[in-house]
Design a protein. Sequence first.
Length: 102
Amino acid sequence: MIKEITQNYQNISLNNLARQTNHNRSYLGSTLKKETGISFSKALTDQRLLVAYNLINISNKTILTISHEVGISNQTFFYKKFQEKFGQTPNNIRKKKKQLHY
């Protein structure tokens, strides 16, 4: 499941994964939680945020474009989770990147 999340973070869902593997959605979710200590949605959001963080650092794409590319269309959710995970906003990370290049 972690491999699928890592490779298909943009559009994977627990329902689709359950269909692909012929397993029950609840079974997959509880198995991941038991094995890793995190839920499917947290693992997926974390992967999306990691990719977004990297894109913010290596590209000039807008934050809105990046959040959509990684599969998060709700901007409020994106900014809130990003700040929780990295302790700063996407814009602050981009500003720091620009300062390092001058």
